[in-house]
Design a protein around this ligand. Sequence first.
Ligand code: BES
Ligand code: MN
Ligand code: ZN
Length: 498
Amino acid sequence: MEFMAIVDAKARTPAGCAVVGIYESEELSTAARQIDKQLAGLIAGLLGSGDFTAKLGDTLMLPLADGSTASRLLLVGLGPRATFGRRQYRKALQASAQALAKTGAGDAMIYLALEPVPELDVQYRARMVSEIFTSHAYKIPDLKTSPKPKARRLSTVHVATADARGEKAAAEGLRVGAAIGSGLAFARDLANLPPNVCTPTYMGNRALQLAKEFPSIKTKVLDAGAIKALKMGAFLAVAQGSEEPPRLIVCEYRGTRKAVAPICLIGKGITFDSGGISLKDPPAMDEMKFDMSGGAAVLGTLRAIAELKLPVNVVAIVAACENLPSGTAVKPADIVTTMSGQTVEILNTDAEGRLVLCDAITYSRRYKPAAVIDVATLTGACIVALGNHISGLMSNTPTLAQELESAGLRADDRAWRLPVGEEYVDQLKSNFADLANVGGREGGACTAGSFLGKFAKDLAWAHLDVAGTAWVSGAQKSGTGRPVPLLVDFLIHRTKAA
Ligand code: BES
Ligand code: MN
Ligand code: ZN
């Protein structure tokens, strides 16, 4: 899908479909008024007759007679002007994308970004158009044998702006949104593929492909031998139950001078989490193919920033393996030595995420990173705490936490801070090793985060627990790609601050 910004406050651009927003029980928006004039009061008439009430997300598609500038007109309800904000704006865009997909229109002219939205400048308003339209066009890589539905027609999306300055800002926003969209799609593809396809080896190959596609990315994929040489005893303990070999995937993105300290993004890449010897219950175990979503998201983020040629240095590190029960699997009470030298008593083999991540965090030290952010579907407890709307955010560095929280707000990919520290580390005491890998039911997301904090130590570190946000269950079961939007926004703002 192609996106372009155009100066057109008068709604004069010919298009397959013109998309205009209408506020509930109010005078028309600027663009709607222009079009209404061209159409001899058609919109005002529809509102007067009660045929369109402009509730948020309502749409009405109207074919237009020959001679009109557009072949179709899509009215989109914006709800009351007083409550129109970021979420309402996004909802209106989603409804537009959905309605447009049902038509034969090959191109669309969107007038929604002309509307003011509190706290959203024109760049963000345009960015959300390309992000949402790209995401809406996303197709799950399914293996259904029935014939695929025809590819959608909509290939060009224009966004109207008021003036030349707005046009420039919107063009930049469209570029960012499209890159986030492709990063999201990359992450979602990996997450949605079945675990017999998306293995650690497969993830490594996709990361190698990224390096082929983008000269700014260099990828190395470490095998079991190399992981052993690094003394990643915790990571290897998780991997040892499976025939599928583990991979430590390292992608270096160079967007600025070599001397600039990189941000390390670390992803949990458990391509299937059965729980191991501490086996999970069967219901919904299939969803544990999504347990590599953190790894997929950091690779998707790298893809997005490489596309944007963002002037930052970022290293994505994915610890990928399976967690399975077998005769060689790690057992409850086994003690392992992590790469940091600290010993860990594995009391529950289902708390495997923190085991692969702790060694990846230690590995990241070789980059002398400016910050380390790990992303993981780490705990069911985080879902209990925050539900499926907001990711858990834990950190030892308040300024970093603040930056990530703000990025999440701006990107509509929110994260909420949870505590980590000494009190929770106390719950991880072991009689036999430096640490236990579980700390009881209470504050499960925080004990997991605090476990990681014992390895991050002096690093500026943050942890995103995306257990509740990385995928949706039910009829629409699918990876979401979160927190790609949050991370890309965070990195964009880092470049501005520097
Ligand atoms: N991958 C799971 C966490 C998870 C569970 C994510 C359900 C999304 C939905 C993780 O490896 C895990 O099993 N965590 C355990 C930790 C416990 C044993 C301390 C959990 O949350 O039950
Ligand atoms: Mn587990
Ligand atoms: Zn897991």
